[in-house]
Design a protein around this ligand. Structure first.
Ligand SMILES: NC(=O)c1ccc[n+]([C@@H]2O[C@H](COP(=O)([O-])OP(=O)(O)OC[C@H]3O[C@@H](n4cnc5c(N)ncnc54)[C@H](O)[C@@H]3O)[C@@H](O)[C@H]2O)c1
Ligand SMILES: O=C(O)C(=O)C[C@@H](O)[C@H](O)[C@H](O)COP(=O)(O)O
Ligand SMILES: [Zn+2]
Length: 413
């Protein structure tokens, strides 16, 4: 059993899902909450109870068509600016606009090119300039309609426009529904590294419309699935076991499996974020959500965020590498590495550098890792595993072990 230090989850009486673990461990709390979920009908509400900015995550079908009614009572001014990307705008914007029109909400739209390249300083500058030219006020609300790129970019725009205006997350990818739309991490990439420019800025509500996932390509489902497996590996072994039983249905786009995956992952993420909103816990807090990311972000930075690799694909190999490093350092049993690899490979998820058809240098990846924002006094904080469902943070990983692992895994020295 893994216990997150000092975790106590506040009660939220109106939510369908009450995270009030008292002295329960995270595993017990998440298991109890997931059991109660099956008793409820859509939409389901997961409450993220934070000291200053509590909010609901609604999960259900066709929420985009009902967004106006959900959002209107939360608005300070009946005016929103929707930030989206061109692909999502073509597929899902019309029903969102119709819903806002029905509720008398004034709307403007800023659309960017889809994909990681839009999480850049130049795109941020263009969006901000356009936003300010609209004559917004502090009561104007930003609505992020799209995947994690749009959520991170629009959230950062909202965090910095007029020193902070409200924003709503309407995630349309699996990755955004299971991970990025919840928790308030916003930001953009820099040539020096992934997400190095950003702010914590919590949304006022998250509408995870499972129907939007119907248009998502399989490659994007794979990317989102990696973050679900990550959640199970960190502290939810039941979720990992659920993935072993249901992962192929999730990846084939089965609506019920997708909806269940989103519910389970949101409950998990809400619990972790509630316990350590700004990643300040010295050990085993929100930083655990970075499992696989020290490797993954280095791979993404090395390829320059140009679309050759998706964040979730990099995370998938990062999960394998984090478990392999944990085994190498004597923290985790070989069987758990075999179990993880067998699951990921059975679904054709990336577990090896060969998958990327690119050659990587261990030294270059190590250089990227040293620019990670979790560096402290020159030491990298790694998220390691004692086994499946048992993650922990460590600053004691010898860089030579990481280098040797990368070379064993097929990198050039
Ligand atoms: N803030 C956080 O906590 C957090 C967590 C995890 C990941 N992230 C970030 O999220 C980003 C990745 O997000 P992503 O995987 O959603 O990528 P993305 O936002 O680039 O979306 C992937 C692609 O899918 C398209 N798309 C979106 N919704 C669609 C739909 N319903 N149907 C068809 N196509 C659709 C988009 O146009 C885009 O081309 C990365 O930048 C990562 O760093 C942030
Ligand atoms: O919400 C978090 O905390 C996470 O770490 C979730 C990650 O999946 C996500 O990719 C996040 O953006 C990475 O955090 P970062 O602080 O390393 O940028
Ligand atoms: Zn991630």
């Amino acid at each position: 059993m893994t216990r997150l230090v000092g975790v106590r989850y506040p009660v939220y009486a109106e939510a369908d899902i009450i995270i009030d673990c008292g002295d329960e461990t995270v595993e017990q709390g998440v298991q109890r909450v997931c059991e109660s979920l099956s008793e409820h009908t859509h939409p389901q509400k997961v409450h993220v109870a934070l000291a200053q900015h509590s909010y609901d995550v609604l999960i259900g079908s066709d929420l985009i068509s009902r967004a106006g009614a959900q959002i209107a009572p939360l608005l300070r001014q009946k005016r929103v600016v929707i930030i989206t990307d061109d692909t999502v705008a073509a597929l899902h914007l019309p029903r969102l606009l119709a819903s806002f029109a029905e509720t008398g909400i004034e709307t403007e739209v800023i659309s960017v090119i889809g994909g990681e390249e839009s999480k850049s300083l130049s795109c941020y500058g263009e969006v901000m300039t356009r936003l300010l030219s609209l004559g917004i006020e502090r009561g104007t609300t930003i609505v992020a309609l799209g995947g994690g790129v749009i959520g991170d970019l629009a959230g950062f725009v909202a965090a910095t426009a007029l020193r902070g205006i409200p924003f709503v997350q309407i995630p349309t990818t699996l990755l955004a529904q299971v991970d990025s739309s919840v928790g308030g991490k916003t930001g953009i990439n820099s040539p020096s590294g992934k997400n190095l420019i950003g702010a914590f800025h919590q949304p006022i509500i998250v509408l995870a419309d499972n129907s939007a996932l119907a248009t998502l390509p399989r490659r994007q489902r794979v990317a989102g699935y990696a973050e679900i497996v990550k959640s199970g590996l960190i502290a939810d072994p039941d979720l990992f076991a659920w993935c072993e039983d249901n992962g192929s249905d999730v990846l084939s786009g089965d609506p019920a499996a997708l909806a269940e995956a989103v519910r389970r992952a949101c409950v998990f993420k809400a619990a972790v974020v509630t316990a350590d909103e700004k990643e300040q816990a010295k050990q085993n807090g929100r930083a655990l959500l970075n499992l696989g990311h020290t490797f993954g972000h280095a791979i993404e930075a090395e390829l320059g965020y140009d679309g050759r690799i998706l964040h979730g694909e990099a995370v998938s190999i990062g999960l394998h590498l984090a478990m392999a490093l944990s085994v190498k350092l004597g923290h985790a049993p070989e069987e758990d590495l075999a179990r993880l690899d067998s699951h990921l490979r059975s679904l054709e998820m990336p577990t090896s550098f060969d998958w990327f058809k690119e050659s990587f240098s261990a030294q270059t990846l190590l250089d990227h890792m040293t620019r990670d924002k979790k560096m402290q006094n020159g030491r990298i904080s790694f998220v390691l595993l004692h086994g499946i469902g048992k993650a922990f943070t460590s600053r004691d990983v010898p860089m030579e072990s990481v280098r040797n692992l990368l070379i064993n895994e097929g990198c050039q020295p």
